[in-house]
Ligand binder design. Structure first.
Ligand SMILES: NC(=O)c1ccc[n+]([C@@H]2O[C@H](COP(=O)([O-])OP(=O)(O)OC[C@H]3O[C@@H](n4cnc5c(N)ncnc54)[C@H](OP(=O)(O)O)[C@@H]3O)[C@@H](O)[C@H]2O)c1
Length: 250
């Protein structure tokens, strides 16, 4: 199968490109560094030439929530038009558990991106992922002050990048589900406990303060909105079975 990975040079994208190539697919990694800009459209038509499926794992970087919203709105609209013209038969969107549940920051942008994909006329699968392990460090960094590290009381089930990419690599060649599936890591943590473990491992003995107003990707989150519901859990021996059940085309 011919697959274009939008954001194919990023953290998730580069792992996905490697895994798709290993599985024998023809892959184009699209990113500004490879001459493709999904906001302006530069190079997009060529990157989608002959594509049976696309996977969107692009990201503008985490920062101003309004800028993220603008990026995902403009890029997704452009991508969907270009994919339709190119005859793409499966649009896979990598989204985040919390989209549709958390009303703030990054999650509002991802919810809007999902809505555009679901309303398009291209068959799709939306894969909502739990936070990646790599980004838990960023959340801990964001809460760092001179005396303490402040993080919100949220439960998370972090997932490894390779595992998330492995699920995308299995889902993309399949029939579109026209539905949302969730993926999460095998273990559930309270973020403050996990933050404490990370600090201790780094020989940083500042206390972790549980802060209901703490920042999580620009949102204020407490409790359970980031834990998976009937989520696929890569690494489980039953992953194939789960994928079969979860991805019956709607
Ligand atoms: N962080 C989490 O815990 C988490 C959880 C669930 C889902 N996700 C989702 O995972 C996705 C990927 O995250 P990531 O950490 O792998 O991102 P990343 O490492 O920052 O990579 C982003 C990719 O997007 C490309 N890109 C950025 N602007 C572009 C543009 N205008 N045109 C074309 N390509 C562009 C980048 O390449 P260039 O800079 O060369 O353009 C790069 O290949 C995001 O959609 C994010 O929402 C993240």
């Amino acid at each position: 199968m011919q697959i274009t990975v939008i954001g194919g040079t990023g953290l998730v994208g580069s792992s996905l490109v490697r895994q798709l190539e290993q599985a024998g697919h023809g892959v184009v990694a699209a990113a500004r560094s490879t001459g493709v800009d999904i906001v302006t459209g530069t190079g997009l038509e060529k990157a989608l030439e002959g594509a049976d499926a696309i996977v969107d794992v692009s990201n503008p970087g985490y920062g101003d929530p309004a800028a993220m919203l603008r990026f995902f709105r403009a890029s997704t609209a452009r991508l969907l038009i270009a994919a339709h013209r190119a005859g793409v038969r499966h649009h896979v969107l990598f989204s985040a558990i919390g989209a549709g549940r958390v009303n703030g920051g990054y999650y509002v942008a991802k919810q809007m991106q999902e809505a555009l994909v679901a309303a398009s006329n291209i068959p799709f699968t939306i894969v909502r992922s739990a936070p990646l392990f790599e980004y838990i460090y960023a959340v801990v960094e964001a809460g760092r002050t001179a005396e303490a590290v402040r993080v919100p009381p949220v439960r998370i089930e972090p997932i490894g990048t390779e595992d998330a990419a492995a699920v995308l690599a299995r889902i993309t060649p399949r029939a579109p589900a026209n539905a949302v599936v969730e993926i999460a890591g095998p273990n559930r943590y309270q973020l403050p406990d996990l933050a404490q473990q990370i600090l201790t491992a780094n020989e940083d003995y500042r206390p972790v303060v549980t802060d209901g107003d703490g920042d999580f990707f620009g949102a204020h989150i407490t409790g359970d909105p980031l834990t998976g519901r009937d989520a696929l859990r890569p690494g489980s021996a039953e992953l194939d079975l789960w994928i079969d059940r979860a991805l019956v085309p709607a």
